[in-house]
Design a protein around this ligand. Sequence first.
Ligand code: PLP
Length: 402
Amino acid sequence: MTLAHGRPLRAIPGPSILPDRVLRAMHRAAPNIYEGPLIEMTAEVSRNLRRVARTDGHVAMYIGNGHAAWEGALVNVLEPGDLALVLVNGRFALGWSEMARALGIEVELLDCGTEAAADPARLEARLRADTDGRIRAVLTTQTDTSTSVNNDIAALGAAIRAAGHDALFMVDCIASLACARFEMDAWGVDVMVAGCQKGLMTPPGMSFAFANDRALARRQTMTRVSPYFDWLPRFHPAMYYQNFCGTAPTHHVYGLHEALTMILEEEGLENVWSRHEAMAQTVWSAVDVWGETGSIRLNVPDPAHRSVAVTTIQTGPGEAERLRRWCEDRAGVTLGLGLGMGGAKSPPGDSIFRIGHMGHLNPPMLLGTLATIDAGLKALGIPHGGGALRVASETMARVASA
Ligand SMILES: *Cc1c(COP(=O)(O)O)cnc(C)c1O
């Protein structure tokens, strides 16, 4: 029997759950793109994006997914032949490095494994050894969505400054912006990329490259930049169409404006971060109990290295795949697929699943997901520790009263 006849729930690490308000804001006749509210609203979206990123710098808004912002960031500051050092703890940093390589950028990988954050001391040592300044940029993810490792961006930024190195610090926050604390200017991040469909709660289709003046100065020295991705007209558009190098993504602007209002004006960014922290701790506490018997375990052992937006969970062979099928078909909950994590010892995808807990999410949604997983484990006879729901509820109660 399937019980999947209520509202389906996606518990995947993006696209995340769409607030009805965001959808309603988008549901309208085509707006005037020459004058009127859309023009001012676009400027406000640009300002509010920079508030969420905690930067006084610049932002380029691309019509495209996260991969577009990856490319938009790379082509504005790195020439073919430049060397980029990439700190890898999962599939996504690796993906960004592959794109850099395809653009002719030389890439050196610093493999940080798939279960822990990058070590700032290793970064500092590598930069100190670069005595002739070959390394032009350091690339990494805040959260790697495949492994659910969260890097300490403040500490990595401090390591770059401690080494006295002038490489640009470029960070992928696609899975973490408006989920985990991030302070672009205070942490010394020169370039940051994000997408609209994760913490920003908007349907996929827009992405962003943020840059400070150091990164902009690097842009000014480039011999040639792909005109579509070029920051210069996008940072300071003389004409409205230059915001997007063509027609605006009209309805996305309305949706994103609503989402940013919810984040900044209503809940408040600090509260958004705290809520994600609370949801994440609830998830971790349940998984720890499931892991008391059988093969289930959190991919990232140290809580300080874990994402608050997504949790990667290992199981015995095939168990994750069966569980995902059961939750989807019998209960209407979509769990995140196990992605290859990019490491040498990475387990096969059918023994990994991920819970996305980013964006528009409250306790009934999250506890419902955990309870559904718990039912699935029982229905499928997958060995697991008992009492996870009681512990999850206790964790939720504790963090909610903090
Ligand atoms: C989702 C994600 C991407 C890719 O974004 P797309 O919109 O799928 O192109 C890149 N990096 C991270 C960390 C992500 O979570």
